[in-house]
Design a protein around this ligand. Sequence first.
Ligand code: AMP
Ligand code: MG
Length: 327
Amino acid sequence: MPDLSNMTVSIERAAAILREGGLVALPTETVYGLGANALDPIAVAKIFAAKERPFFDPLIVHVPDIDWMPRVVGQFPEIARQLAQRFWPGPLTLVLPKVDAIPDLVTSGLPSVGVRIPDHDLTRDVLRLANVPVAAPSANPFGRLSPTTAIHVHAQLGHRIDAIVDGGPCRVGIESTILQIDDSGVTLLRPGGISLEDIQSLVGNVKLPVSTVSESPIAPGMLASHYAPRTPLRIVSEAPSSVASTRTGLLVLCNSAAFTQFAQIEELSPTGDLVTAAANFFQALHRLDSAGLEEIIAVRFPENGLGRALNDRLRRAEHHSSDRSST
Ligand code: AMP
Ligand code: MG
């Protein structure tokens, strides 16, 4: 695998590679994205190949500011405008009708496209210099833990991509909240970096899909197995007082001082703050996953604010573990 220092590039070089149809990992406030020119189906196909991502999982398109919207979406209703004004740049993706210029490969053949403005100056500069919308899923192999540092990207995908822009650790640390906007109103497709409460306070009623975890290919951020460590993960309501194996790890929000029975403990926020917990979440899981443990026990988060998105990611990580043990 090449050195990380051989892979990191300037924003000018990153923009040139994107324009030439290459793949560049880009920092955002959520997680690192694997970017390609969203208007070039060959470049977009390389994302799917590098990630081994199934073609039925559509990509989010990134733009640097709201004036670019007509290059990506065919309609931008008033409610989208309000959400954009309040939460962009930021961890919110809006799913809206696409323009013809966006290839079907980006949207998995859907007539709609997910779009957002990331809150990261380096990446918005790259997008402006490249002067094309950029499709970017998380820069990790499909289904695995999301990368929140350039080192994570390098370790998981370094051999398959052209370059990395190193923007430091991701500030928010979990993926964007995805909202579908259509005639029936606003639907939450995936909980994420903006809490449901914050969205409801602006737009009122938000519809929740029947289940936020499904096997349906319609909104594949909803795939049951996703964001998963290699080590089996089990969710509990409270940390157990004894564990079967000495090689058990614990992922917990706070108050971990009392636990001595675990080989490794990751406490996400000493004060129990969910925003801090989100920022540390994937890094902590990466560390637990590379510690040679037999099992990771994760204590469920409070189901409010960013806790909803964190619990969603835990459920998918657990689902993956149970899948694997049964096959
Ligand atoms: P990620 O892999 O984190 O970039 O997430 C991309 C996710 O965005 C997909 O898995 C879908 O859930 C969602 N998404 C993107 N585009 C669409 C769309 N047109 N319709 C519904 N969901 C979408
Ligand atoms: Mg992803």
